[in-house]
Design a protein around this ligand. Structure first.
Ligand code: MD3
Ligand code: FE
Length: 205
């Protein structure tokens, strides 16, 4: 599977603009229920800084960062309880998107939820804490529009910019799975949420 990005055929990338739009309100309500159990928090980095996007998780494990490093944990360090279960709608949305992108067997075990308020960003990075890089990552954007930074296979590659709107879904697999990527500082905008959520569905364990 591949899509054209910046006029270049990009293997492993599949853009599904508006794929989640019909479920926006339901997904936002479910995020609220998850955050009531496992609140959004800004995590410490190994270097002693703090991530500007607030995060929580649902599913069999959650991505966490602290002074000891980045990893997946089966329990929320704040509550020492298991992360909230992944809602059926989340699982179905992610599976259907992955199926359309050419990954028919994708069953995510983790959903990392990022919350960006205006000004929050995510520096260029690779996602490499998951056990299996043959599985894709499915991302769902909700709320304020963001500028996605697509950095290529090495940190040195100059990042290109791609706008992501509420309801957009992108599937990154195969040769796109380990590309460097990030989010430019979020700008305020007209969306009623006043912030942005991003859900990433992963096969982490
Ligand atoms: C390309 N999140 O949580 S989603 C992350 O919008 C993360 O919150 C961003 O990067 C966000 O790790 C970007 C798009 C995305 C997610 C994972 C990828 C793009 C990716 C993994 C490999 C390549
Ligand atoms: Fe990432």
């Amino acid at each position: 599977m591949s899509a054209t990005l910046f006029g270049v055929e990009t293997p492993g990338l599949c853009q599904l603009p508006g794929f989640a739009r019909a479920h926006e309100n339901a997904v936002i309500a479910l995020i609220g229920a998850i955050a009531a159990q496992a609140p959004f928090r800004t995590m410490l980095t190994p270097g002693g800084g703090r991530l500007s996007a607030a995060m929580t998780n649902c599913g069999q494990a959650g991505w966490v960062s602290d002074r000891r490093g980045y990893r997946y944990e089966r329990t929320d360090p704040l509550s020492r309880q298991p992360w909230p279960a992944m809602p059926g709608l989340f699982q179905t949305l992610a599976q259907n998107a992955a199926h359309q992108a050419g990954f028919p067997g994708f069953t995510p075990d983790v959903c990392l939820i990022n919350r960006y308020e205006p000004g929050a960003k995510m520096a260029l990075h690779q996602d490499r804490d998951e056990a299996d890089f043959t599985a894709p990552i499915v991302s769902v954007s909700l709320g304020l529009a963001a500028t996605f930074l697509w950095g290529g296979p090495t940190r040195a590659a100059k990042a290109q910019k791609l706008p992501l709107f509420s309801g957009d879904v992108v599937v990154w697999g195969g040769p796109a799975r380990l590309t460097f990527h990030g989010i430019a500082p979020l700008k305020p905008g007209p969306h009623k949420l006043g912030l942005r959520y991003n859900l990433t569905f992963r096969r982490a364990l």
